[in-house]
Design a protein. Structure first.
Length: 238
């Protein structure tokens, strides 16, 4: 069971799902930051996997039931979506799960709000916010979103805004909380050995999980194991 909510982040309504009712409040909440074109609704199965732990899952601006501004798609503005949801949900210290491009938003949030984050889970993405090529938006829209019928998961205007406002930013800092990095071992994984070394240099409490049947998409053949690893990781903390 979950409730569907919206919170205003400035002039933009951000949508999130909250499993508040029936949750075990003795355990810290899990906050979920989806990937580039993913929405809150696509993580209901993770919400169910962590029950009775409370979970909060947001759709970033331009995705799902969140509003689509004409501009405002840089790293800081995505971080502000997390901040708005965390404040509206009234959360104390929580666990922070992220996947793909959502990783840069989550890591950026954690560096700004270390006292709020009990642990971080990184789903197959390096510690960086990537600049996107000028050719990327139309290729992504025409060859992925439209054929896959995913233009409601992320609007084309949001895709173009993400590219236009993207800048290459290497995320650097000390993450004192436990960090789980999950990566696929097949072609297509976005976490190279050198990226693991970068995480090791920043994270004093690092756990690495690898999935032999996955590339970048960890929610395919390895999803059950991946979700079990997430649950075991946060259960080991509280």
């Amino acid at each position: 069971m979950y409730v569907s909510k919206h919170v205003k982040n400035g002039e933009i309504a951000i949508h999130y799902l909250d499993s508040l009712h029936g949750s075990d409040h003795a355990k810290s909440t899990l906050v979920v930051c989806p990937g580039l074109s993913e929405t809150a609704d696509e993580y209901i199965d993770l919400l169910e996997a962590v029950q009775p732990r409370r979970s909060v899952i947001l759709s970033f601006r331009g995705r799902g039931e969140s509003e689509t501004p004409s501009f405002g798609y840089n790293l800081e503005e995505h971080i502000s979506d997390i901040e708005a949801v965390v404040q509206d949900a009234g959360l104390g210290p929580f666990h922070l799960f992220s996947y793909s491009r959502g990783v840069s938003y989550a890591l950026g949030y954690a560096l700004k709000h270390k006292s709020k984050v009990k642990s971080i889970m990184v789903g197959d993405y390096p510690p960086e916010h990537r600049a996107m090529d000028k050719e990327w938006p139309e290729d992504y829209i025409d060859n992925y979103l439209i054929p896959s019928n995913r233009t409601q998961q992320i609007r084309p205007d949001a895709v173009r805004g993400i590219q236009k406002e993207s800048r290459q930013i290497d995320i650097k800092g000390n993450f004192d909380m436990p960090v789980l990095v999950a990566r696929g071992l097949l072609e297509g994984s976005l976490v190279a050995d050198s990226d693991l070394e970068r995480y090791k240099s920043m994270c004093s409490k690092l756990t690495v999980k690898e999935y032999a049947a996955s590339g970048h998409a960890l929610k395919g053949q390895d999803k059950e194991t991946f979700y079990k690893d997430i649950v075991a990781f946060i259960d080991s903390i509280d």
